[in-house]
Design a protein around this ligand. Sequence first.
Ligand SMILES: Cc1cc2nc3c(=O)[nH]c(=O)nc-3n(C[C@H](O)[C@H](O)[C@H](O)COP(=O)(O)O)c2cc1C
Length: 367
Amino acid sequence: MRFGPLDLGSNLFLSPLAGYTNLPFRLVVREIGGVDLCTTDLVNARSLLEKNPRAFKLIETNERDRPLAVQLFGSVPEEMRDAAVMLQERGVASIDINMGCPVRKVCQVGGGASMMIEHERTAALVRGMVNALRVPVTAKMRLGWDDRNITAPELARVLEGVGVAAIFVHGRTREQGFTGRVNLAGIAAVASAVRHIPVIGNGDVTTPEAAKHMLEATGCAGVSIGRGAFYDPWIFVRTRHYLDTGELLPEQNFQERVRVLCRHLDLMCEVFGEAHGCRMFRKVAPWYAKRFGPSHEFNKRVVQVASRAQFHQILEDYIRWRQQFLDDSGELKPRFQPPPMLASFMQEPGEGTRHSIPVPKGPVEVW
Ligand SMILES: Cc1cc2nc3c(=O)[nH]c(=O)nc-3n(C[C@H](O)[C@H](O)[C@H](O)COP(=O)(O)O)c2cc1C
């Protein structure tokens, strides 16, 4: 897998998830393996140029967090170019441009998903960035604004013409938000619209089988995973193994999930300090717990966690409480096991939305 001059060790990617894909989470998935290029949360180009400390926190990285893409959003060509050059000088491996964000505040100023409508203006902005950079520029988009405006194939073609090195496409429209199924035919249309550059499919991939199906059904060159990695930071390594050997490894057991959960908290405290790291962890830990089996005793306390010691107490109490759901060999009794993960596009029609992936609450829930 190559993005222009950049050689990548995997065709599996971590999708940007504002509020989640910070340095600790990227290190967690990298330590487990199977992924190579990871992307930061979206960052406002102007805020970087103004040296806003919050924007700088979003691009915080270290030598174990390589190769790293920073995702920029903005609509002023000079700002996007200058912010990208600054990031290149700081050693970033590639620059991703957000063209998918449906949030009104971003679209109103000509950024995010609104870039999918005005192709000429978007192409001029991207050309200015490509010409100023040595590192590759990629674009992340949705299929289009709505069903009547599926613009991604044409935009991808235009962007390839101005030198974009790869396209990431979430197989839904802006209007769809996170509802409905991921449209594999739409991703396939983008993959066949470009001539040479890789198209990376995205949306609802929660299992190795779903990743393989997306690759085969769309002809895309790689798969990018967001929420699926919250449930299962092992998804990249399991998918890599499945793609390479055809063997489906079992999901991680509870002990391994707990080990990584604790490692994630340690990294949060390292990067954000104990108090802030624990506060941020309140929204992270319940994602791990979704695969624990019965977990309300854990969730109701972990959402108030304030220190590392308190977290370990909550975990210890929870492990004791959880024993009532285990059989003699220490496994969850069948009726308490979480249902298997199944991507929206792998469901049979009429099956309803029981397998849809939750979208985290908060200002970004309309992503
Ligand atoms: C909480 C949240 C934050 C997101 N933040 C970003 C972002 O900063 N930039 C971006 O391009 N996409 C963002 N997305 C979209 C994801 O990158 C991805 O395209 C989408 O979640 C579908 O993939 P998934 O089903 O694997 O999560 C966000 C999605 C969610 C749920």
